[in-house]
Design a protein around this ligand. Structure first.
Ligand code: FES
Length: 98
């Protein structure tokens, strides 16, 4: 499970944190990934001047807008889920020639 935490403090709220959470949620619902990513809200992350602040796991991120944040979120979720697949899981087993 990937944990994504979005600051819902007043500064981030004004910059679009709520819209960004909606976009994150819509992406997860459309892709059927609700059980892979947990969305949480947090109090002020004390980075108010940076943009809309959020964390992807332990990585702290700042996005200039909800749209940019959603783009970053989609890329990060897709990359994280690629890495979690066991090696060779997408390949068919080889057939032996006799
Ligand atoms: S309100 Fe989000 S970092 Fe301060």
């Amino acid at each position: 499970m990937i944990t994504v935490t979005v600051c819902v403090g007043s500064s981030c709220h004004i910059k679009g944190a709520r819209e960004m959470i909606t976009r994150f949620n819509d992406f997860l619902t459309n892709k059927g990934l609700e059980d892979k990513v947990e969305l949480k809200g947090s109090f002020c992350m004390e980075r108010c001047g940076e943009g809309i602040n959020w964390k992807f796991g332990d990585e702290i991120l700042s996005s200039p807008s909800a749209e940019e944040g959603a783009k970053t979120f989609r890329k990060k979720v897709q990359n994280a889920l690629k890495k979690k697949k066991p090696k060779g899981s997408a390949k068919k087993p080889r057939k032996r020639r006799s």
